[in-house]
Design a binder for this molecule. Sequence first.
Ligand SMILES: Nc1ncnc2c1ncn2[C@@H]1O[C@H](COP(=O)(O)OP(=O)(O)OP(=O)(O)O)[C@@H](O)[C@H]1O
Ligand SMILES: [Mg+2]
Length: 282
Amino acid sequence: MNWNEISSPTITFERASVLFGPSPEKNCPNILELMRQGQSKDNIRKSTGYTIGLIEVSLTIDPGEMFVVMGLSGSGKSTLLRLINRLITPTMGTTRVGQIDVAALNQGDLLAFRRQNVSMVFQSFGLLPHRNVTDNIAFPLRVQGYARSSARARAAGWIERVGLVGYGNAMPSELSSGMQQRVGLARALVTGAPILLMDEPFGALDPLTRRAMQQELKALQRDLGKTVVLITHDPMEAFNLADRIALLREGQLVQLAAPEVMAAAPADEEVSAFVSAARDLP
Ligand SMILES: Nc1ncnc2c1ncn2[C@@H]1O[C@H](COP(=O)(O)OP(=O)(O)OP(=O)(O)O)[C@@H](O)[C@H]1O
Ligand SMILES: [Mg+2]
């Protein structure tokens, strides 16, 4: 299979559900039924021992979209994100990237799929502590089999792009948190993967640095046309960045809409509270 054919794939979730517990496939239909009867996630966990990660989420993320996922802690945001590169496998339903059913890939194809299509930026940066900035950024290329010199040469271009000129030889411990996340971003961009998954990438940054990084991400995305799926706890960040926002609660999709649509017609009280928080209203 030629993975390079997927230049800017659509990401599709079709009734994707994730259940945590023993034999989840067998028990998922019963748990879904309890949800339909109106039982809360907490009650289901108490009465059955199963934790709901995600329940029958169907949505499409468009190529080149800045797609933001919001919701309270435990609502299923990371679970949703991780289905895209199969760090988590759906218990029921499907996730597709382009025409590819991600859950159906064998191990070899899954590795190739991840390397060429999806990169990830973590809240905790996830840098290699004993390698300098250049080698950290070059690392995904080395994994792909690039020679050290050409990997480093490509990394150097990204060092400039994310505003770290002069820091190529610095070690991660010598950098501020904002600079470390710039390294994380460059490392995610260096492979040219069309999909960028960001799990609270700016959560560990102070407000001003966070705002600067948001602006840079916007500019980069405009230039590069990546599909970005970004999780945030911060309503202002969501409204500042998103083409569309998905709001999750207890594993369910509550509303999926452009920020201005969400603001004009919030689906319920919780969405309304997010909208107010984004506008800094009481
Ligand atoms: N490996 C796991 N085993 C058991 N339960 C899990 C596992 N991963 C997630 N969960 C549960 O699934 C639910 C959704 O978790 P998830 O990590 O997606 O939430 P989240 O919205 O990302 O929360 P946060 O904002 O705190 O990161 C939670 O109730 C969580 O406890
Ligand atoms: Mg999370």
